[in-house]
Write a protein that binds this ligand. Sequence first.
Ligand code: TUI
Length: 311
Amino acid sequence: MKSQICEMLGIEYPIFQGAMAWIANASLAAAVSEAGGLGIIAGGTAPVEVIRSEVQKAKKITTKPIGVNIMLLSPHADEMAKMVCEEGIKVVTTGAGTPGKHMDMWKAHNIKVIPVVPSVAIAKRMVRSGADAVIAEGTEAGGHVGELTTMVLVPQIVDAVDVPVIAAGGIADGRGMAAALMLGADAVQIGTRFLTAYECTIHENYKSKILKAKDIDTVVTGRRTGHPVRVIKNKLSRRFNELDLSMAPLEEYEKLGAGALARAVLEGDMDNGSIMAGQIAAIVDKEQSCKEIIDEIMTQTNNLLSANRNK
Ligand code: TUI
């Protein structure tokens, strides 16, 4: 299966690996790219030199294209925007904001720019400012999310813009990928399924939470802050809910959230850590290599699509 995105980026399969902050490092991204997808190193809120070093490590593991995600709420976003140019990165995805001010510099370096968007209006604005494609991310996704579901968002963005659309949120197998392609997406972005990949270096406790998760085990916290985040329910998410109910000042959310993702990812603290994951965690039930994951998803997708064609 070749899509426009595969041609544009020089990748084999139309599968992006979700850029999970603190998680999507050189080990994960290089393994996904080696397997024919697009591995993406997440900038998150890390200092630029930490991410530069991950980029350099990834380049030693694979010669295939690797992307970098710039989380625009990060205090280091501007430096990160320059770093990708210096390191010869050819595809940048962005999250949690509008990357307009970096667009000219990226274009001058032949970088393809693919923002994550949560609505039709934001998708149109990104395309007007020069986006080469957009990632339409539904609220099923883990981490910082918008309001609309993937099912509703993807076809509307496909109709509204004339660039390829990558569907994200709630996709973890060939059924989800085939459905997204039927909605008009050109490719998919998958995060949660890669959390249990052998090459994903998160704490074993985090992996075990994903493997055990059931359908209703995630919750969106912090809607009042304007930056709602989907996580696996735990003591921390209940404390966020209490802040909502008590109408606590917004600084209380910041205090509670500071360092919480790192506590889950690095220390395996499943009580006070932020266990970001998508709703589809419930169907992730095994540990595999990135190559096994991608091969399995592509086989399932191709089987479903060819069964559909033969009807
Ligand atoms: O960015 C994500 N997911 C994330 S980022 C993250 S780390 C974090 N740190 C501090 C606060 C919050 C999160 C964990 N997960 N996904 C992409 C995404 N982008 N989701 C929603 C958006 C988005 C929202 C508004 C993109 C553009 C946008 O534009 C608003 C505007 O008007 O500029």
